[in-house]
Design a protein around this ligand. Structure first.
Ligand SMILES: Nc1ncnc2c1ncn2[C@@H]1O[C@H](COP(=O)(O)OP(=O)(O)O)[C@@H](O)[C@H]1O
Ligand SMILES: O=P(O)(O)OC[C@H]1O[C@](O)(COP(=O)(O)O)[C@@H](O)[C@@H]1O
Length: 304
């Protein structure tokens, strides 16, 4: 089972308009209300790709109810912990440019953390845990250590797609199965500015040397890089019209996991992940299986 944990879910209010004028009254042409947050996006995509998933994390208020209801209607199992704070709404303005207004997350307390640890303690070596999205400032570092210790003890496959200090802290205790930084996030992780693909590969190899099994570096329309102990690959991204890049990174992670969980073949998983990221970038909502499969032949993989 693929468990996702979203600490700071959101309702993504996505508005399309032909022209957006700052400081003026703007009227939208089309609006959507998608449940969001990176872990939730991963649950939605892996479910569409045919894998079993449970979405966990923290939700509250009417927006929290909306998210849970939406996911359940899509057939996704949920096991959220309720907060007294209302789940945030993130505004995505899609005009000639993409503008985003992301709200603050909930204030979490000790009881919330203990409930989440209790859920994580039930995972086994047959499970995946995807920690994706921003981690709230109120999260004590002892909690991150306890979470990592439980995953190490129970041999859970841990996928981490978050920026900030949490990944470094997790790595002191356990080695994630997969991380998927973009170039900027990789730079933050290793404390350097990355100027080229060669540099990105070099840092990814260093992380693999420290024990991470699979490192995927996403590069938007330029595709992605993949490094493991035995392979270094580059993939081109399919060409198409960018409609909404929100969730493209999450879709890459989802495609990789959904494919790897079937046959354990890393190159196939990488190809499937890149096609999933692009399929999401080319539409307003997240990708579906048929969109991904129609793009697979356009992902060209080269060995580096
Ligand atoms: N404009 C685009 N054209 C084609 N594919 C894209 C585009 N933007 C994103 N993708 C696909 O989505 C993946 C993840 O996108 P990226 O923007 O790098 O992730 P993140 O949102 O995490 O920064 C890319 O590796 C690529 O496969
Ligand atoms: O485009 P990405 O990086 O894959 O993730 C998209 C998700 O991240 C968010 O932009 C939230 O990001 P933050 O957690 O950093 O505020 C959501 O609104 C959206 O659903």
């Amino acid at each position: 089972m693929i468990f996702t944990c979203t600490f700071m879910p959101t309702v993504d209010y996505t508005a399309y308009l032909s022209n957006f004028e700052r400081g003026e009254l703007n009227r939208t042409n089309e609006v959507y209300y998608y449940p969001g947050g990176k872990g939730i996006n991963v649950s939605r995509v892996v479910h569409r790709l045919g894998a079993e998933t449970v979405a966990c994390g923290f939700i509250g208020g009417f927006t929290g109810d909306y998210i849970e209801d939406f996911l359940q209607k899509e057939g996704i199992k949920t096991d959220f912990i309720r907060t007294t704070d209302i789940t945030r709404i993130n505004v995505k303005i899609k005009s000639t440019e993409e503008t985003e207004l992301n709200g603050p997350g909930p204030i979490l307390n000790e009881k919330n953390f203990q409930r989440l640890l209790e859920r994580i303690s039930r995972l086994t070596e047959d499970d995946w845990l995807v920690i994706a999205g921003r981690i709230p400032a109120s999260l004590p570092s002892s909690f991150v250590s306890e979470l990592a210790t439980l995953c190490e003890k129970n041999k859970v496959r841990l996928v981490v797609d978050t920026s900030g200090p949490a990944l470094k802290q997790i790595m002191e205790i356990t080695k994630p199965f997969l991380i998927k930084p973009n170039e900027q996030e990789l730079g933050e992780l290793v404390g350097k500015t990355i100027h080229s693909k060669q540099e990105a590969v070099g840092y990814a190899k260093k992380l693999v040397g420290e024990g991470i099994q699979h490192v995927v570096i996403s590069m938007g329309k330029e595709g992605a890089l993949y490094v493991s102990a035995t392979e270094t690959l580059a993939a081109t991204a399919p060409k198409g019209k960018l409609v909404n890049s929100v969730g493209a990174g999450d879709s890459l992670v989802s495609g990789f996991i959904a494919s790897y969980s079937i046959d354990g073949h890393a190159e196939n998983a990488f190809r499937y992940g890149v096609a999933s990221g692009s399929a999401t970038a080319f539409q307003s909502d997240l990708c579906k299986k048929e969109d991904v499969e129609s793009l697979l032949s356009q992902v060209i993989i080269t060995k580096l």
